[in-house]
Write a protein that binds this ligand. Structure first.
Ligand SMILES: Cc1cc2nc3c(=O)[nH]c(=O)nc-3n(C[C@H](O)[C@H](O)[C@H](O)COP(=O)(O)OP(=O)(O)OC[C@H]3O[C@@H](n4cnc5c(N)ncnc54)[C@H](O)[C@@H]3O)c2cc1C
Length: 562
């Protein structure tokens, strides 16, 4: 049985950062990833990472922008930690080898991003995630104490009799063998759940696996209703055009040629926070001022050509290859699209969840630093700060404590679950069909604008899809790289995510951040300045809802204008 002091599930930025800092504590670390680590979705991050590094900027200003961006739902103690530790983290990355952009004076160059009162986004052209991920991977390779399980898929978490997490069941994708891992601590870092929606900017692997696995063993999920729709994605495909484009000066226009952000955010214009810009675009589209393909236009031609080639070169390729548009010459059509999960497994500022031995970091976690709406370039920061903190905490904690002996019954259960999928009669719907209906339903009913009727309809669909998923058959019954089987397991994770998102969205009877309820259009601090958490309620029926306080330190809620 493989056994590790610290077992990290997920090898994106959060997982790799956690593994590195646990290893620095002398812990023996295992890190599992269902894809090669550098293919994690963090690789796709374009725009950059925030830090108040400039002497004229301050961590307090960064923190206030984050609190305001969160629509006052973010926990201010966690936000303070993130913003205070950001400059050192950024410098450490640079010293490890991340080639952050430098300006003509040789200083680190920065760009403006949405919702920020100062330009504090540091970047490597528009491949920032890739640059950081590769550097962390190189660092991990230096450590003999880090064992990498690349292309292994975790299917379930294992608890001992007292409820403490003692390991995980994982399938080796290459040969189909199943292993029971023992671990003193398990750190979840499996990223977001964008695939629950279609289209999405998220990679195919972003199926909310750990959110569902933690939920299944009773870990509360928090802020699940807060799903970010990014203002600039390609219609139909969901591909992202980085906020960096607006940071470099690009404008938004409706089909009448109006720079419509003047009406919605006269001060910050295109660089208001994402929820505000997405709502503005959707309003223009809904009220008939969009283009016939249901979009508005992003005009990047106002950015000097040389600068586009230097700082937005990937977007140049995306425009050409996926929209047939030369962004240096003509506007590109975009619309709001699913992008990011603010919610996730409730965890504290050391990544600890309410289940002993279990940590969660990165996009699958909810600390909550993003509250109702994440500011652009704060997610890479979140993955690194809380990844490092959780890794250090788990690494220290493992010293001197005995290695658990997880029960083989968990392995037997998972093997039986997979055998049952293979043994099913070939009938019912295909996994891909169920997934497509799930994604379309969520995008239609649980996106920029929501109401109770639509959310309840979506929940009914999800409840039916859960039953259909239970009997869906897979065509491939082989052992080697059986992606068909993994798709069936992921679908079940996604359905848990969808249900908890919808139940939370129905529960929150107000509009705040990314949740805009047309039937409750105002923010209501008296009743709803609190987190919604959901847990399974034992009888397998609808999730149980609880509330938790928002931690306030120095910023009282104010009206939010940009
Ligand atoms: C297109 C795009 C652009 C973005 N740009 C920016 C940006 O410029 N700035 C910013 O701050 N944020 C950005 N974000 C958000 C940010 O990139 C993500 O929130 C962040 O990278 C998530 O990192 P993570 O480590 O939590 O998860 P991920 O990078 O998604 O990694 C998840 C890991 O978990 C593994 N995994 C998942 N399930 C399992 C399982 N069952 N078993 C084993 N392994 C599993 C995967 O293999 C992977 O290694 C962007 C997001 C997208 C989609």
């Amino acid at each position: 049985m493989p056994h590790h002091d610290v077992l990290v599930i997920g090898a994106g930025l959060a997982g790799q950062r956690a593994a590195l800092s646990a290893a620095e504590q002398g812990a023996n670390v295992g890190i599992i990833s269902k894809v090669h680590p550098v293919r994690s979705h963090s690789n796709a991050a374009q725009g950059g990472i925030n830090a108040a590094l400039d002497p004229e900027d301050s961590w307090e200003s960064h923190a206030f922008d984050t609190v305001k961006g969160s629509d006052y739902l973010g926990d201010q103690d966690a936000i303070e930690i993130m913003c205070r530790e950001a400059p050192d983290e950024l410098l450490e990355l640079e010293h490890l080898g991340v080639t952050f952009h430098r300006d003509e004076t040789g200083h680190l160059g920065k760009r403006a991003f949405g919702g920020a009162s100062a330009a504090r986004t540091y970047y490597v052209a528009d491949i920032t995630g890739q640059a950081i991920l590769h550097v962390l991977y190189e660092q991990l390779m230096k450590h003999d104490v880090v064992h990498r399980y690349e292309e292994w898929f975790t299917t379930a978490l294992v608890q001992d009799e007292e409820g403490k997490v003692s390991g995980a069941v994982t399938r080796n994708i290459r040969d189909g063998s199943m292993e029971l891992f023992a671990a003193k601590s398990v750190i979840l870092a499996t990223g977001g759940n964008g695939q629950v929606f279609n289209p999405t900017t998220n990679a195919l692997v972003c199926t909310g696996d750990a959110i569902a696995m933690a939920y299944r063993i009773g870990a509360p999920l928090m802020d699940m209703e807060m799903i970010q729709y990014h203002p600039t994605t390609l219609a139909g495909l969901g591909l992202l055009i980085t906020e960096g484009a607006r940071g470099e000066g690009a404008h938004l226009y409706n089909a009448d040629g109006e720079r419509f952000m003047e009406k919605y955010a006269p001060n910050k214009m295109e660089l208001a926070s994402r929820d505000v810009v997405s709502r503005a675009e959707q309003t223009e589209i809904n009220e008939g001022r969009g283009f016939p393909d249901g979009t508005v236009a992003l005009d990047i031609t106002v950015v000097p050509r040389k600068r586009i080639h230097e700082a937005l070169r990937e977007i140049l390729n995306v425009g050409r290859d996926f929209a047939g548009v030369d962004i240096t010459k003509e506007p590109i059509h975009i619309k709001p699209g699913n992008h990011y999960a603010m919610g996730g497994v409730k965890s504290d500022t050391d990544g600890l969840t309410s289940i002993p031995g279990l940590y969660a970091v990165g996009e699958c976690a909810c600390v909550s630093v993003h509250g109702g709406n994440r500011l652009g370039a704060n997610s890479l920061l979140d993955t690194l700060i809380f990844g490092r903190r959780a890794g250090a905490h788990a690494g220290k904690r493992s010293k001197g404590s005995p290695m658990p002996q997880p029960s083989r019954a968990s392995l037997d259960d998972e093997e039986a679950r997979i055998r049952a999928i293979f043994d099913r009669e070939r009938s019912g719907r295909r996994v891909s069909e169920i997934k497509a209906e799930l994604g379309a339903t969520m995008d239609e009913k649980c996106s920029v604008y929501r109401d109770e009727e639509g959310l309840r309809e979506a929940l009914e669909v999800v409840t039916r899809l859960r039953q259909e998923a239970k009997v869906a058959t897979v065509d491939d019954r082989g052992t080697i790289f059986n992606q068909d089987l993994l798709g069936a397991l992921e679908l079940q994770f996604m359905i848990d995510n969808a249900e908890t998102i919808l139940v939370s969205a129905i529960e929150r009877k107000e509009s705040r951040g990314a949740q805009y309820r047309t039937d409750f259009p105002d923010r209501n601090d008296d009743d709803w300045l609190k987190h919604i958490t959901v847990q399974p309620n034992g009888d397998g029926e609808a999730p149980e809802i609880e509330y938790s306080e928002v931690t306030m330190t120095q910023w009282e809620p104010e009206e939010r204008t940009y």
